[in-house]
Design a binder for this molecule. Structure first.
Ligand SMILES: COc1cccc(Nc2ncc(-c3ccc(C(=O)NCC(=O)Nc4ccccc4)cc3)c(OCC3CCNCC3)n2)c1
Length: 334
């Protein structure tokens, strides 16, 4: 087969996405039968962008949070990287907004709280995403949002080289300071992109749009956008606080978490701590120990190494099965 390293471990199905140097295929994890997304990257096509994959993998191992798409396994061969990732069965938020034309405030608030939770967690861990847009927000089977970074754009938070031109995707969500080539802080640029996202959720179209890139840039740098009459005063105020051209006047993530618009109907700030437990799940360990003919203690030691090999993937996917109320069973038993 074309991907011999996956044989026996994953059953590959159709391609569900392809970007510059990455192709994503739907697959089944053989031992649990759970669906996964496998991102396949060709080392030659990556060229000197290879270090970005290492950064991405290191970031994903740290970014275990309920609204960030999970990494289960990493495989490296001479010519390829494979990342086995959480599959989101309901697809992109982008398609959901298009299907509904636009969302009402209550539904937009539920989604936006989940976006803020994911971004606050990434910033708390010292990263910035830098490519926040509805195509990078996927829906799981409970209509919860999972943030992904399809284009390898996430970077440590400090000022970074302006890579937008190498990064894929339209600049419609990019902050003014980012597109004017100035030094900028990734975290501040993320807040602007979230403002564009919230506008897209509530309006069903973009605040700054134009077929020609130069006039799109002028609109973004003007910071002027249309406020449709269906937007409530509170929504327009929050959007205005995020779409501040001057990054120093822009709302911060700490202020956003506690913002009255986000608290409406919830009365609690956005929680962004990870809901993943640090202790190992006994049922999953037992099932794995039986399968591999090891004692529970041996299996706990092996899983605790978090080598992101097939065992790590099998543990995480068994845990997913349990969290979804499915039997904690591996499909093949000795
Ligand atoms: C219903 O049919 C459908 C229809 C469409 C999709 C699905 N499902 C479905 N599930 C899972 C994926 C996926 C997950 C993670 C990554 C990734 O690259 N992670 C790396 C990552 O997230 N780093 C990172 C995150 C946060 C901070 C720092 C680093 C890549 C792809 C997917 O892809 C399809 C593409 C298509 C083009 N637009 C983007 C999604 N699609 C299902």
């Amino acid at each position: 087969s074309q991907y011999p390293e996956l044989k026996g471990f994953y059953h590959l199905r159709e391609t569900i996405g392809s970007g510059g140097f990455a192709k994503v295929k739907l697959a089944y994890h053989a031992l649990t039968g759970e669906k996964v997304a496998i991102k396949i990257m060709d080392k030659r096509a990556l060229g000197d962008d290879l270090p970005r994959v290492k950064t991405e993998i290191a970031a994903m191992k740290e970014l275990c949070q309920q609204h960030i798409c999970k990494l289960f396994q990493v495989l490296e061969t001479e010519t390829r990287f494979y990342m086995v990732l959480e599959y989101c069965p309901e697809g992109e938020l982008f398609d959901y907004i298009v299907s509904k034309d636009r969302l009402d405030e209550a539904e937009a608030r539920i989604f936006f709280r989940q976006i803020v939770s994911a971004v606050a967690f990434i910033h708390y861990k010292g990263y910035a995403h830098r490519d926040l847009k509805p195509e990078n927000l996927l829906l799981d089977e409970e209509q919860n949002l999972k943030l992904i970074d399809f284009g390898l754009c996430a970077k440590p938070k400090g000022g970074m080289e302006n890579h937008l031109f190498t990064c894929c995707g339209s600049p419609a969500y990019a902050a003014p300071e980012l597109i004017s080539g100035k030094q900028y802080l990734g975290a501040e640029a993320d807040l602007w992109s979230m403002g564009v996202l919230l506008y897209a959720l509530l309006c069903g179209y973009l605040p700054f749009d134009d077929e020609k890139i130069p006039s799109l840039y002028r609109k973004i740098q003007s910071g002027k956008y249309d406020v449709p009459d269906w937007l409530s005063p509170e929504s327009s105020i929050l959007i205005a606080q995020m779409l501040q051209v001057d990054p120093k006047r822009r709302i911060s993530i700490q202020q956003l978490i506690n913002h009255p618009w986000l608290r409406k109907g919830f009365n609690i700030p956005c929680e962004f701590e990870s809901k993943y437990k640090s202790t190992l799940d006994e049922d999953c360990i037992t099932e794995l120990a039986v399968h591999y003919g090891k004692t529970r203690t041996e299996m706990e030691e092996d899983v605790s190494k978090w080598t992101y090999d097939y065992l790590t993937a099998s543990y995480f996917l068994l845990l997913e099965k349990k969290m979804k109320g499915r039997p904690v069973r591996l499909l093949q038993r000795p």
